[in-house]
Design a protein around this ligand. Structure first.
Ligand SMILES: Cc1cc2nc3c(=O)[nH]c(=O)nc-3n(C[C@H](O)[C@H](O)[C@H](O)COP(=O)(O)O)c2cc1C
Length: 236
């Protein structure tokens, strides 16, 4: 994505320059309310569990872990990887939340880490408990491993995400989007690192020394793929 590809945001869409010569203009699409509400609800449930039973109680968190499909080359060009991808704040909340998360992270370093869980949870909940705080046009995640996904996106920044959730409703959404790489000086990257680092030392994360860059996934299209019961009676 660095040299070969350029993505410019406009009010109505995205201009994408692919491999330095192919130009593409795509419209953007807002995420559906039902998806944004699910993202908020799933986190709220997780935070309530952590409040009641501590950080060790966390296990699966599928609403945060979609599969990201990217396109490479060869006989099997589709690459799949599970990536932590979640809501970004609306522009007006971005700097304030980032600073709050960063200062709580610094404070947690000075004290016994579990002691500060209530304050860290309160800060996270001030954002995630209300889907009205979310930017409804994009999602964000952090690249850690710099593997095939990252290589593919450098050449071809058009990708798809498949989210799928838990019973009894099994929410599921497929999103199509343009992926922009964000690095140190970008406010979205700083937020993504601050949000992850707020819980980085807790039992439910693999600790990382470094997040080489982040992704902003600009939504171009979506499909609700939530399954439902077809008919009734005896299966045939
Ligand atoms: C539960 C889970 C969460 C993961 N979260 C991330 C993540 O947030 N960022 C990341 O770069 N890799 C994450 N990974 C690792 C990727 O799925 C994948 O192993 C890695 O990117 C290498 O695949 P690739 O060569 O297609 O990039 C996660 C894996 C699992 C199983």
């Amino acid at each position: 994505m660095r040299d070969a590809v350029r993505i410019d945001e406009t009010d109505t869409g995205l201009h994408v320059l692919l491999n330095g010569d192919r130009r593409l203009t795509v419209g953007r699409k807002q995420l559906p309310e039902s998806f944004l509400r699910w993202q908020s609800q799933a986190r709220r449930q997780m935070f309530e569990l952590l409040e009641a039973r501590g950080a060790r109680a966390a296990h699966a968190h599928p609403a945060h872990l979609p599969v990201l499909a990217t396109l490479g080359e060869g006989l099997f060009p589709i690459n799949l990887a599970c990536k932590g991808m979640g809501p970004l704040p609306k522009r007006e909340h971005l700097a304030g939340l980032t600073e709050r998360f960063e200062s709580l992270r610094a404070e947690a370093d000075e004290r016994a880490w579990p002691e500060t869980l209530p304050q860290r949870l309160a800060a996270a909940r001030s954002f995630y408990d209300d889907s009205g705080n979310f930017d409804s046009w994009s999602l964000g995640g952090l690249e850690i491993f710099e593997g095939q996904t990252a290589r593919n996106l450098e050449q071809h920044p058009l990708a798809a995400l498949l989210y799928f959730g838990e019973p009894p409703t099994f929410p599921s959404y497929q999103l199509a989007g343009v992926v922009r790489r964000v690095e140190a000086e970008d406010p979205a990257y700083r937020f993504l690192v601050a949000a992850r680092e707020l819980f980085a030392q807790d039992a439910f994360h693999l600790r990382q020394q470094r997040y080489p860059f982040g992704f902003v996934f600009h939504v171009v299209d979506w499909q609700d793929k939530t399954p439902f019961s077809r008919g009734s009676g005896k299966p045939r």
